[in-house]
Design a protein around this ligand. Sequence first.
Ligand SMILES: [Fe+2]
Ligand SMILES: [Fe+2]
Length: 264
Amino acid sequence: MAKLLTILCLGDIIGEGGRSAIAAKLTALKAAYTVDFTIANGENAAGGFGITRDVANELFTVGIDAITSGNHIWKSKDVFAMIAEEKRLLRPFNYPEGAPGNGFTVFTVGEYKIGVLNLLGRTFMDPVDCPFRRGAHAVRLIQRETNIIIVDFHAEATAEKQALGYHLDGTVSAVVGTHTHVQTADEHILPKGTAYMSDLGMCGGEFSIIGMKKDPALKRFLTYLPHKFEVEREQPMINGCVIRIDADTGRAAGIERVLVRHGQ
Ligand SMILES: [Fe+2]
Ligand SMILES: [Fe+2]
């Protein structure tokens, strides 16, 4: 029987609360699912916006193998100094030509190779290069090395995410979404064998407005005056999914939602 590879994918890590939940629980979570490789979106890991060298290293140390990102990737100056040489930290592949860093990396895990590709949506977001065409191009490049490919599509609109899922169906092992910070319940395997989930959710305070303290965020909507966002550190949950992949074919054998609440 073919080896099944188990990949854990975690939604956007929101500041210190999300990081503390991961530091406390990741080892047990990986053991419970016999995880071979862990990917997390780190675009909000430093103070709620962006990521720094120290925070990235902290996440690698606690057991994350690959960090994907999104529209907040350029927030910290630190990133520009590290992203070219730190291949475990990805920025979306479809930023215009000339952006520093890597949009995909092929990782060696034992005798297997796992490609991780990061793409950014355009609907209700900045008009970066086409994620469909650039995404398919990146997949062809990765396929020279492996057919085990995980795509983190960091996008706002569910329709755009579903469309990319079908666009890449049968060419990658999984398309999972990030960015909305709200977990969707639509994990399934597409007709040609690609695992799909519109949004992994977030690793951050459960009783928040997409990871930020609810009072300032609510005041913004009530007053339309500037109120500073603050990360909600209390009661952080872990959101993501576990994907099982046939290592011979790269096809998904299963996808399961992961939600670990504070106190669980
Ligand atoms: Fe985010
Ligand atoms: Fe985002």
